[in-house]
Design a protein around this ligand. Sequence first.
Ligand code: NAD
Length: 584
Amino acid sequence: MTVAGARERRVRAGDVELCVAELGDPAHPTVVLVHGYPDSKEVWSEVAARLSGRFHVVLYDVRGHGGSTAPSPLRGGFTLERLTDDFLAVADAVSPGRPVHLVGHDWGSVQGWEFATVVRTRGRIASFTSMSGPSLDHFGHWINSRVRRPTPRRAAQLLGQSAKSWYVYALHTPVLPELAWRGPLGRRWPHILRRREKVGGDGYPTASLPSDAALGAWLYRDNVRARLGSPRPDAFAHVPVQLITPLDDAFLSEHLYDGLEQWAARLTRRTLDAKHWIPRTRPDQVAYWITEFVESVEGDRVLPVRSGPHAQRFGGQLVLVTGAGSGIGRATALAFAKAGARVVAVDRDAETAAETAVLAREAGAAEAWAETADVSDERAMEQLAAKVDAEYGTPDVLVNNAGIGLSGSFLTTSTEDWRRVVDVNLFGVIHGCRLFGARMAERGQGGHIVNIASAAAFQPSRALSAYATSKAAVLMLSECLRAELAGRGIGVTAVCPGIVNTGITGTARFTGVDAVEERRLRMSAARWYGVRNYPAEKVASAVLDAVVRDRAVVPVTPEARGARLMSRWMPGASRRLARVEPRL
Ligand code: NAD
């Protein structure tokens, strides 16, 4: 097995011969991808394909893995010093005289930290992107500081990581790991990866896996105990470092990277809601972050400092918001923009959508576009989805926000009024979920859908039968879809705001009254919402938070939280409240 479209060659490094694959134009900046354990260079095939248009991409099988030969004897043949020799031999062969951008995953990242912190590689590395693999030196200091100065929290972190490291102890036992990998474990590994990590397909892992895993056990035996026991005191990175941390990693706690700034002065942090094997499960996001980071270093630009607690998570993600021309939709688009996302602002009003896109760029969006579509129009939504797919990619986050207000008794609400509110508030959400949800599922790289419902979804009201019904349906749709998409790594959230000061009162329909009275009611409602004065920005912040925490239902505003509690625990009171006629 090899990487599709790659040119392969062999590079001698001391006692071994390394299998090196290259893609892209050698005149472009060189990005060297180093694989982990148990793995071979093919783990990078998806990421490499995405990078090869802009970079000279180089992958190699670590000694003893894939097409590279193993040292003899094995003991002592896998030390970090020997692995550094290998890296330098590859770098000299593929990019003589020009430093390379190093990217490592798992043990490739453990090695990468060594390369990026030892003196003899100075001038040969331009940047380092680390994924799921700490420096053994930093790890040693991390353990020591927790053993010497324990607090309950630090002790819990130590115990948590010790439990996650069970396989490291197992790999130190003689012979058994080799027997397991060359026997049943090796045969079952593809199945385990598929079930546990949702990794698979396209000839990955390769046929060499059992042998890679058996020989690679020496990576641990030759290095872990020695380094953790006496970590280097001067393991400072001499290059800019980008750290990508998957938050659901079964092997590594995110706390391992607490205080990493003391070792890497020029550090950019990223987080992903994903498991360990992100080069396979999140190639779009990983390739995007590598590209952005490498280009910033090449251009001698510092990556823009994105503000807010969500910048690590949403930088470069594609976020589509409907109804983005005003109120909650605009505030949400701008909150994602501030976090460095790429934003598609959709509204039926072309002018306000365009304004939001401009504001999003000013707020820090990596890119921002405006699109015009009426969410209730199925054909228009299909065209939107096709265009977004072709021009911007598959959204990582979809916010179905567009909605309209309708107030009045059931008996004065015409069928036409019902159709309009259900078409926009419910079918708009259905079209968004169906079209973009299908693309997210097909891409297989996770994602999140946020549907903006309302507190009216759980608080009945004699004056809101059509609006509340549409929003209750959105809430139930979100719950059902959440259950359906959970297995595909796609989260679904219903956000339920109470009274938020937006332009919704200016466009809401009031039934059963003439035009003059309707105008008066709108103005009165607007005044009332103004006095309440709950800002749309707080709803936006709840939306980002809900995505990060993968929350199912999020009531926003105290009255929405109260209404939710009342509907659950005091339904009688909720029903009595429903009878109160609003006075506007
Ligand atoms: P808003 O009127 O300020 O903004 C709504 C935006 O959606 C506008 O830009 C409008 O042009 C757009 N829009 C309306 N219909 C559309 C359609 N068919 N296709 C595309 N775009 C369309 O209102 P808002 O308060 O920001 O409301 C946003 C969402 O929040 C709505 O779903 C609303 O029901 C919900 N909500 C609002 C409140 C509140 O108090 N403001 C409370 C609970 C829920």
